[in-house]
Design a protein around this ligand. Structure first.
Ligand code: HSE
Length: 306
């Protein structure tokens, strides 16, 4: 095999209570990438469509993660990367992760799969760090593993795959404003109260249990964030109206997707998801802010070869 075309999906990090540790993978939105082996050694990015991103390898997240795996594998050939970007940078659904994970996944395939998914996540973290000024894997892990993931530990990297209840659907609204991850991390407090920590870790524990037992009621009761959402929600216009509308329309829970501005809701069944989407659409259409919306089943496969 001398070239490969892949679909690298969008992801929702944090999942309300699991800041920097939980995430899940979306199905309907993602980037496409074509990676080719080249006789010339090294990494080049020859094409970027969709958004204006740097071609310079060391300034592009897909390039930086590609270099990480390339420098470790040391093949006697190189790679040419084409990026067809559909996920808007700064939208909160793992745009940088899709690029960072996509290039390492594809290069691993072209090398004959010498690395496992945890090792690929580690390489991809180098690219993600360029976008958010810190290494974290809560978007990368669901993109590479699919489904719900928990980043148990960063060093050594340990990722736990969680089960995906079959009837779970996500509704995502993306208000067309940009929030930089680095900026939305900068506004967070460095310390949290013991009371809030207790509430939060109880919610993470019960959400993990609820995913294992397909307990939709407990999923709903666990989708609460008392630590990050109170701060970040101020950056997202009409966040509390969207949340209230979604819950009133039957969503199991609603929260900020990653570092925002996208807002996700989890719903039981496609009919419920469509109802929640219509209600949010109706609400947001009355505001001055343009937006995009989609419904997605949880993608249990992650990145796939096209
Ligand atoms: N966990 C990260 C955050 C995800 O919320 O800042 C965004 O990259």
């Amino acid at each position: 095999m001398d070239h490969i075309k892949i679909f690298s999906p969008a992801t929702v990090a944090n999942v309300s209570c699991g800041f920097d540790v939980l995430g899940f993978c979306l199905d309907t939105i993602g980037d496409e990438m074509i990676i080719k082996k080249t006789v010339q050694k090294g990494i080049i990015i020859s094409k970027i469509e969709g958004y204006n991103l740097p071609f310079e390898v060391k300034k592009n997240v897909a390039g930086v993660s590609a270099l990480a795996i390339y420098n470790d594998a040391k093949p006697d050939f190189g790679f040419d990367i084409e990026i067809y970007k559909n996920i808007k940078p700064g939208s909160g659904v793992g745009s940088s992760s899709a690029s960072a994970a996509g290039s390492v996944f594809a290069i691993n395939e072209l090398l004959g799969r010498p690395y496992n998914k945890t090792q690929l996540t580690k390489f991809a973290m180098k690219g993600e760090a360029l976008a958010s000024n810190c290494e974290h894997a809560d978007n990368l892990a669901p993109a590479l593993f699919g489904g719900f993931t928990l980043v148990k530990n960063l060093s050594p990297l340990q990722i736990v795959q969680l089960p995906t209840p079959n009837e779970l659907f996500a509704v995502v609204i993306h208000p067309q404003i940009e929030i930089k991850t680095s900026e939305s991390r900068a506004i967070l407090p460095k310390e949290v109260s013991l009371n809030n920590a207790i509430t939060q870790w109880a919610n993470v524990g019960s959400l993990v249990h609820a995913l294992h037992t397909e307990d939709y009621k407990l999923i709903s009761e666990s989708l609460n964030d008392v630590i990050v959402e109170p701060h970040r929600s101020k950056l997202i216009p009409y966040f509390s109206d969207v949340k209230q509308t979604a819950i009133n329309s039957g969503a199991l829970g609603t929260g900020i997707s990653g570092s925002g501005p996208s807002i996700f809701s989890l719903c039981k069944g496609i009919d419920s998801a469509n109802k929640v989407m219509d209600a949010i659409k109706n609400l947001y259409s009355k505001t001055e802010i343009a937006f995009e919306m989609y419904v997605s089943k949880i993608n249990t496969e992650g990145i796939k070869i096209l």
